[in-house]
Write a protein that binds this ligand. Structure first.
Ligand code: AMP
Length: 118
């Protein structure tokens, strides 16, 4: 069920402390940690503690937590000194190469990112 922990979900296991992560920021409803395969000098992931497959499902089921997620992005970006600019990405669905179906914001920064992305 959306919102409940999924025992097969990698990010639910990180929330539960069953898999280690380099945690950078925590709130009652969110967790931010470094991506293990960084695509930029700074590559952070911000997730809700609750399991929802994508940002639309989260916003629909728990809109307050979706706002918490965005506030956590802003807080961790400031903490990691990304004030010059960062990119926020929600890969959504197979064709976008989403590989972990627990909503996560990629926060990318630390270099000139250019547009459109490669
Ligand atoms: P996506 O392809 O948008 O679903 O992104 C999933 C992200 O999770 C990828 O960028 C992976 O590098 C990252 N990832 C996978 N396993 C871990 C882990 N154990 N700790 C931190 N990041 C991870």
């Amino acid at each position: 069920m959306s919102g409940e922990p999924d025992p097969e979900c990698l990010f639910c296991k990180i929330v539960a402390g069953e898999i280690p992560a380099e945690t950078l920021h925590e709130t009652d409803t969110t967790l931010a940690f470094r991506d293990v395969d960084p695509q930029a000098p700074a590559h952070l992931l911000v997730i809700p503690r609750a399991h929802h497959p994508n940002i639309g499902a989260l916003a629909s089921a728990e809109p307050g937590v979706a706002v918490d997620l965005l506030n956590a992005v802003a807080a961790v970006a400031e903490q990691e000194r990304l004030g010059e600019g960062y990119r926020l990405v929600f890969n959504t669905g197979a064709r976008a190469h989403q590989s972990v179906f627990h909503v996560h914001a990629h926060v990318l920064g630390g270099r000139d990112l250019g547009w459109p992305p490669g």
